[in-house]
Design a protein around this ligand. Structure first.
Ligand code: SIN
Ligand code: NI
Length: 253
């Protein structure tokens, strides 16, 4: 069985790890407690009053990147050893943090996050495994902007970058994926999903009166190298192309 407890390391059983490796996604219930989720939700709500929205002008979500550098409470969540231990067990390679983000769909935002893979957006070479943990800080039923995945699609590693505001873009890049089954995973506050960075995923619009508040920590292979491609997190840091991302922004976990 899989156990989580705030005082102990999370332990994932072999069945969970093999389901993740097969499907590219797994749900872990109560990766943090409901009380912890409420505390981080309050911190997130306060932080977004002062942090810069990296996605202004889009109805899809408000995005607050590297919030762990700006807020001490949310830093605890981003660097939480339960998340990191589970991510490392799933990935099977040593990891470092790539970045975190709060992704908030305001009430009645009217826009889905359309199907895309994450990895094509990133300036990483030779990453043996990259993945995100998407933690629900509020209850996220299907109607509040929950995630949908195409299990197994993480074997598509050579696709171009896809536009997450365009409903058809992933399927233009890879027409076969249109005919694959989809899995929609509602989460209670404190639950999470881990998804492979090559797994195709989307999220429904928020049809409810309350914001959808998700905290995402993203991990990459600790040995992955910097390609030099433009990205808001790495631009201007002076990283060396072809070298691992050794920088205080990307701690090993
Ligand atoms: C979302 O939360 O709306 C999308 C998250 C993701 O693309 O990883
Ligand atoms: Ni994504």
């Amino acid at each position: 069985m899989t156990t989580t407890d705030p005082t102990t390391a999370v332990t994932l059983d072999e069945e969970t790890i093999s389901a993740y490796r097969r499907d590219g996604v797994v749900r872990i219930r109560n990766i943090i407690t409901a009380d912890e989720a409420a505390r981080f939700r309050d911190a997130a709500t306060a932080a977004t009053r002062v942090a810069e929205d990296n996605f202004t002008g889009s109805a899809i979500f408000n995005q607050y990147v590297n919030i762990w550098r700006q807020d001490d409470v949310l830093r605890e969540l981003t660097l939480d050893s339960r998340l990191a231990a589970a991510a490392t067990a799933l990935a099977g390679v040593p990891l470092r943090l790539w970045h975190d983000q709060l992704l908030i769909k305001p009430p009645h935002n009217g826009a889905a996050t359309e199907f895309h893979q994450d990895a094509p957006y990133w300036p990483h070479g030779g990453s043996r495994h990259s993945l995100s943990v998407w933690v629900a800080l509020v209850d996220v039923p299907v109607e509040r902007g929950c995630m949908t995945f195409i299990p197994g699609s993480h074997d598509h590693k050579d696709l171009r970058r896809q536009d997450l505001s365009d409903r058809d873009d992933l399927f233009r890049a890879s027409p076969d994926l249109r005919w694959e089954e989809r899995t929609t995973i509602p989460l209670r506050a404190g639950d999470c999903t881990f998804h492979n960075a090559y797994l195709a995923h989307s999220a429904t619009p928020n049809l409810t009166d309350d914001p959808r508040i998700a905290h995402v920590a993203i991990y990459i292979d600790a040995e992955a190298t910097y390609t030099g491609a433009a990205h808001v997190v790495t631009d201007g840091l002076g990283l060396t192309v072809g070298e691992p991302l050794e920088h205080e922004l990307f701690p090993r976990v």
